[in-house]
Write a protein that binds this ligand. Structure first.
Ligand code: ATP
Length: 338
């Protein structure tokens, strides 16, 4: 037990666990922002923390790094208590924090020199690996957003950390720079480094993370692989198209509204949307081909991690409850098509 707070160390931590957190609690003043959080990160995993603004993600990773003192809970990071053994733990963690910045005039190579400890990796090799060799002599202020993030990754990795913590790594980067940074994180993963990643970008979490925890108001709402979260919380796929002729054939609408898994058929003029499960997409496609047409503006939406996150953070009654969308003779919908 840490003498100055209620934090206890976890004796039963397994050897392959890099981070074990039980019942983490942290308040700022009277406001509790992390409220009984449990978290496990195993060696070699990339684990994502996602959720609403102010959910307590950054506070959580700051407690894990020993930058903030928890009010209660049990934490073990790489075998150390981040509160009472912060000095031993710090050299084992490489971090790129949300508010990272370096002095404007500091050159890239100087930054690497400044951050390197005696056991550091070869800085030039890392700069080469992250595509920064040509920028060795450039001042920090002259780097693009993507180059800065890659430099922070170099600095985070320099001292051979066993755990890397990345907080909103690709915020504000253009699509190409984001892909570069993702590729760099994948290389870390392949080299067996354990990564804890705070992100609002669900495509990023889907692309990089083995597991994701979704937080709201200091608590974990659910966790799992991206696919598990999608399966549990984002059910609806949809396929839409504009019928290329002047009138949509009634038998086709009839058929589409009955394909396997279809839950709703919506029509707006010649535009048709069928919602259902993933399989619905295949059946609608097959129906269209059987009816001799493949519309050029066919648009497919499959459930994503972002859908799962939105549904977790803001649950609402099933918008697409099964409806009998099948057009019937004399039905207003059908009549409107003629
Ligand atoms: P975001 O996604 O917006 O970065 P987050 O999930 O990382 O948010 P935190 O940064 O941990 O959340 O903040 C949790 C809450 O605690 C927020 O309401 C924030 O305003 C508040 N907070 C954070 N740091 C402090 C502090 N030093 N003093 C007081 N309140 C703070």
């Amino acid at each position: 037990m840490c003498p100055r707070c209620l934090v206890t160390t976890i004796d039963g931590m397994k050897e392959f666990d890099v981070v074990t957190v039980r019942g983490l609690r942290k308040a700022y003043g009277t406001r509790t922002v992390v409220d009984g959080l449990d978290l496990d990160v195993r060696a070699g995993e990339i684990v994502g923390l996602a959720g609403a603004n102010g959910a307590g993600k950054t506070t959580t990773v700051e407690c894990i790094q020993g930058l903030r003192k928890p009010d209660a809970g049990a934490l073990n990071v790489l075998g150390y208590d981040p509160v009472s053994e912060a000095a031993q733990l710090r050299p084992l963690i490489g971090s790129q924090l949300q508010e990272s910045a370096l002095p404007d005039r500091l050159r890239v190579a100087e930054a690497v020199q400044l951050f390197a400890t005696r056991s550091a990796r070869d800085g030039d090799e890392l700069l080469e690996q992250f595509g920064l060799t040509a920028r060795r002599r450039s001042a920090f202020s002259s780097l693009s957003g993507g180059e800065r993030q890659r430099l922070f990754l170099v600095l985070a990795l320099l001292n051979r950390p066993r755990l890397v913590i990345l907080d909103e790594l690709t915020q504000g980067l253009d699509p190409a720079a984001r892909r570069d940074v993702w590729a760099a994180v994948r290389r870390l993963h392949e080299a067996g480094t354990t990564v804890l990643l705070v992100t609002h970008e669900m495509d990023e979490a889907e692309a990089l993370c083995d597991r994701v925890l979704v937080m709201r108001a200091g608590r974990v709402l659910d966790s799992g692989t991206p696919a598990e979260l999608v399966n549990r919380h984002a059910h609806h796929a949809s396929i839409s198209f504009t019928w290329p002729g002047e009138v949509i054939p009634i038998p086709l609408l009839d058929e589409l509204s009955q394909v396997d898994g279809a839950r709703q058929l919506e029509r707006d003029g010649l535009r048709v949307t069928v919602r259902g499960d993933r399989g619905t997409i295949a059946y609608v496609g097959a129906s269209l081909v059987r009816n001799g047409t493949v519309p050029t503006d066919l648009n497919v939406h499959v459930p994503t991690l972002e859908d799962a996150l939105l549904s977790l953070l803001d649950p609402e009654p099933d918008r697409y409850a099964p409806v009998h969308a099948r057009p019937r003779d004399g039905d207003e919908l059908v009549g409107g098509l003629r």
